[in-house]
Design a protein around this ligand. Sequence first.
Ligand SMILES: Nc1nc2c(c(=O)[nH]1)N[C@H]1C(S)=C(S)[C@@H](COP(=O)(O)OP(=O)(O)OC[C@H]3O[C@@H](n4cnc5c(=O)[nH]c(N)nc54)[C@H](O)[C@@H]3O)O[C@H]1N2
Ligand SMILES: Nc1nc2c(c(=O)[nH]1)N[C@H]1C(S)=C(S)[C@@H](COP(=O)(O)OP(=O)(O)OC[C@H]3O[C@@H](n4cnc5c(=O)[nH]c(N)nc54)[C@H](O)[C@@H]3O)O[C@H]1N2
Ligand SMILES: [Mo]
Length: 758
Amino acid sequence: MADQYPTTHSEGPAGGWSSLKSIARIYGESWPTPAAIDTLRRQNKPGGFMCVSCAWPKPVNYHPFEFCENGAKATLWDLTNSRCTPDFWAEHTVEELRGWKDHDLEMTGRLTHPLRYDAGTDRYVEVTWDEAFQHIGAALKRLEKESVVFYSSGHAGLEASYLYALLARAYGNNNLPQSSNMCHETTSVGLNKVIGSPVGTIVWEDLEKADAFFFFGQNPGSNSPRFLHPLQEAKKRGAKIVTFNPIIEQGLVSFVNPQDPIAMLTGHETKISDQYLQVKAGGDIAAILGLCKRVIEADDHAQEAGTDRVIDCDFIAEHTTGLEKFAAVVRDVRWSDIERESGLPEAALRQAADTYIEAKNVIGVYGMGLTQHAQGALNVAMVVNLLLLRGNIGRKGAGCCPVRGHSNVQGQRTVGIAEKTKLIPMDKLKTLFDFDPPTKDGTTIVDAVKGLMEGRIKGFICLGGNLLRAVPDQKEMECVWAAQDLTVMISTKLNRSHLFPGKEAFILPCLSRTEFDQQATGRQAVTTEDSFSHISGSLGKRTPASPHLKSELAIVAGIAKAALDPNPKIRWDDWTGDYGLVRDLIEFTYPKDFKDYNQRLFQPGGFYRGNSAHDRVWNTEEKKAVFTTPDRLNALSFKDEPGRFRLITIRSNDQFNTTIYGYSDRFRGIEGTRDVVLMCEDDVADAGLQPGQTVTLVSDFGDGKRRELGGLVVTLHDLPPGTIAAYYPECNVLNAIDHHDELSKTPASKGIPVRIRG
Ligand SMILES: Nc1nc2c(c(=O)[nH]1)N[C@H]1C(S)=C(S)[C@@H](COP(=O)(O)OP(=O)(O)OC[C@H]3O[C@@H](n4cnc5c(=O)[nH]c(N)nc54)[C@H](O)[C@@H]3O)O[C@H]1N2
Ligand SMILES: Nc1nc2c(c(=O)[nH]1)N[C@H]1C(S)=C(S)[C@@H](COP(=O)(O)OP(=O)(O)OC[C@H]3O[C@@H](n4cnc5c(=O)[nH]c(N)nc54)[C@H](O)[C@@H]3O)O[C@H]1N2
Ligand SMILES: [Mo]
């Protein structure tokens, strides 16, 4: 019977031939010349360009093709033959385009000309760069300084990002939220709180020395596929992998390396996870408590028996604080409570804990499955608790590995894109540029959206991204976004955020990192920082998609010149002509991180800017690594009730965030549609539904606002009862802007309370 139902199946191991087929589909669709392959060959290599997709590091000993399915798609997507020219707007009004799907908007191709919105005809029309800058400058001068937000998605390189942050501060505010406010802000705040470092602590060599990897809510097969290579190597030398994830993700089950000809011919797959624990959405606090309970119990037994201790007593005494209080709670908590809250049996947790104990060096990996919860920071602190017990931070082969999203999302924060003033060396800015930087903290994304809703925010500049589609309360956002005085989108492709223009609205098309960037002093390189804090130069070689494009840096400089009063210390033209001068400024501002920056641009694998926790220096308030005592057993902001589900919003491997490449989520066996809600068989039956039935999800956040998403086909999937899943960004109409991590304000996109209407 079951096979008559719409149900999902996995299409074999991650990677392999289907990965190449999937790349070939994009390749065939959008870039039919062999030169594209040459571009891929240079991806992530010294002297080549750094991937436009995710922030996974670039190894020193790279593969002949150092890219993955995901990165290849992102590159080819940028290199498309299609163009969204001014002619396109002759045929379509903005109103009409609002009915288009994300995929179809992006398929119009690369944006070619600067555009201004014309309300009379409801179309974008061509403008010159000069006109665009003058209008934007004049509007910024008219607006109150606090009412403008300077958003950036993690695409732009370090040089443009540094100048963008300078633009905001010279203009007069610190309103510099970034995509990480919806992503790893939980790490920037939560990890920093407990180990004094806002970023992961491991480097490439640690991957090669780890004996076990514990994965919590990160999906390397889809989102950082090059991670599968070191994992495969790790498995070959006998390392163990334990995974906590409500969904069985194919990339965490098995992998065929598409760059290994023998594996490709023999179909030899590497089994990835030794143990896969389908934790309930939001159940990781209880699950990790279970692991810690077993570790403490084993240590108590060792003490009684007089054998070797299980916890690392020397490390704990010298480097940590708070163990006693934490251990007391761990001893007290009942297995029955842990089982109920995590959805995992005691025996399975004990087995996982034994793997943890047996491994000398352990890396804790995590992603959005931990960060995007109401108690995301506590989730992160729990991973750190587990690692600290056996000294697994700041030692070779061990550490904490949050896997970042956009290619330069981490680096943008490093060079000043931050709303929190305490993170910025304002004195250095004052010395360098002779102005008084604003002292008030700026807005997070959540605060910016609330500011829009309350009418306080009146102008938005977006350096990349598709903010309207990425944030909660999307329907309301569409109205309040369009009510602004000024919207400026610096973009490569058309997206939904362009379709709700403010009173004055501009789309400014920029170069992609794959493209040749020619300026007054010659060809320019840009730099990015990866998840392991390594910085690499990137040189684009392709002919730009249109002769009218400008680099992101040049666009930022153009806006700044028009919006700010002249200042002899702020030399926008010189900097635009020579990005090396901007790198000098960055080195002056952050001397420890960027020593000899211009000389080390093309160091293989990138140059390391260091990490205090990696060296066991703890920049926390306590000057120690902190054990956090949890005050609750799950990461949700609501209780279970009959008929209420925990909705996970998921990404397919055929999308990069709001960019939808196609409708094939082949790892999960979902083809041809994204309009599905994945549920387990018991939940479907208990809710009185039928597989294949079309349903509406209704938010159960309880603030009285109506939030619904209809047209979703009930599809059977292997999930823990009570946990259901549907795609991001479509589901963002269901989440509330007030539903976010308590500490960092990262929207809680992985545990949205919903009901189902048949
Ligand atoms: N192909 C592709 N690559 C990408 C992106 C993309 O959209 N597409 N996006 C990029 C960006 S910006 C980012 S931030 C990263 C995101 O990469 P990831 O951090 O991997 O993010 P997600 O895929 O959203 O979620 C990760 C996993 O969390 C699991 N999960 C959900 N809820 C829970 C929970 O409560 N507990 C646990 N243990 N697991 C849970 C989900 O089943 C999913 O497998 O990827 C980057 N790379
Ligand atoms: N429900 C739910 N919501 C989520 C998430 C989730 O898991 N669930 N994930 C969150 C996460 S992790 C993130 S990071 C955000 C993503 O949020 P954003 O970063 O705002 O969104 P993207 O989809 O990455 O932005 C895509 C657009 O960026 C532009 N672009 C692409 N390349 C470039 C470039 O090189 N330069 C410039 N200037 N523009 C470029 C293109 O115009 C493209 O349309 O969404 C968040 N929202
Ligand atoms: Mo992200």
